[in-house]
Design a protein around this ligand. Structure first.
Ligand code: CP
Length: 316
């Protein structure tokens, strides 16, 4: 049984195959329109979501399958005290694959221990968000042609931003990727990423506070939202929330071939004026999110080669 709990659950080769499949899907999604006929995905979202839940649901529908689940814990028996373990035992009887978002770090891993179907971590607390990373990797690869040889600035809430933790954990496996970690000191990257991932892999990285100074050297700028829901104090959130605002003036400091990514939702950290800049790639990222989730569903269900024998050379 394969699960996706961490971005490292896929090897670099498996990831390359998955991204190749996602690219093939993007060229003609209708070719894959019946591969999951009769299959069901359960989307169990104990935390709010727009993109992740709906893109998983769109992905399964695009593949010919169906969707069940809940988008608020209050509408499920979790509100009566049912455990994740019992919930997943039940869901395993109803669906073929499950995407789970939960506010507690490690909840999808617990689910995987009781599950008879593949579990996908759709975000666990401030920990990891591996399918956002698949989306980010596809975006970078499609825009730049490669996942090697570039400098990425990750800006904003690096402490609680699970998309940042997963993206760094994945990017350290590629060649010559340099990291510029841009945050206020209160929101710096956690030690388990700085020490156990960046330092342990001998990565080239710096931690800075000033976005303007970092801009000229970046090939990718990955902006993030300050994660209000993870703060203990509303006052502290309010003090941090507008620390960085990417606007046209700051964009003017960036390279002409730099790209701006953001997992979204944004609050105030990217001015809407930037949306018209050709380097703004965050809505392209959203579209890629559907293709990589289609490819992931096929991969975890073991349907990737069945679908398209012409891709066997890529997928075997
Ligand atoms: N990027 C992301 O996880 O967005 P949602 O919270 O809307 O799913």
């Amino acid at each position: 049984m394969r699960h996706l709990l961490s971005p490292l659950d896929l090897s670099v080769d498996e990831l390359a195959r998955l991204l190749d499949l996602a690219r093939d899907i993007s060229k003609d999604p209708s070719k894959y329109g019946h591969v999951c006929d009769g299959k069901k995905i359960a989307t169990l979202f104990y935390e709010p979501s727009t993109r992740t839940r709906l893109s998983f649901e769109a992905a399964m529908i695009n593949l010919g399958g169906q969707v069940l689940g809940f988008s608020e814990a209050s509408s499920s028996s979790a509100s009566k005290g049912e455990s994740v373990a019992d919930t997943i035992r039940v869901i395993s009887c109803y669906a073929d694959i499950c995407a789970m978002r939960h506010p507690k770090e490690g909840a999808p891993m617990v689910a995987s221990e009781y599950s008879h179907i593949p579990i996908i971590n759709a975000g666990d607390g401030g920990h990891q968000h591996p399918t956002q990373t698949l989306t980010d990797l596809m975006t970078i690869r499609e825009l730049r042609g490669s996942l090697d040889n570039f400098t990425i600035g990750l800006c904003g809430d690096l402490k609680f931003g699970r998309t940042v933790h997963s993206l760094i954990s994945s990017l350290v496996r590629y060649k010559n990727v340099k990291f510029v970690l841009i945050s206020p000191k209160e929101l710096r990257i956690p030690d388990y990423i700085r020490d156990d991932v960046l330092k342990a892999n001998n990565c080239d990285f710096v931690e800075v506070e000033n976005l303007e100074q970092a801009m000229p050297e970046l090939d990718i700028l990955y902006m993030t939202r300050v994660q209000r829901e993870r703060f203990f104090s509303e006052d502290e959130y309010l003090r941090m929330k507008d620390f960085y605002i990417l606007d046209e003036d700051k964009m003017a400091l960036g390279k002409p071939d730099m790209y701006v990514l953001h997992p979204l939702p944004r609050v105030n950290e990217i001015s809407v004026d930037v949306d018209n800049d050709d380097r703004a790639a965050y809505f392209k990222q959203v579209q890629f999110g559907v293709y990589v989730r289609m490819a992931l569903i096929l991969t975890l269900l073991g349907l990737d080669t069945v679908v398209n024998p012409s891709l066997a050379h890529v997928l075997d």
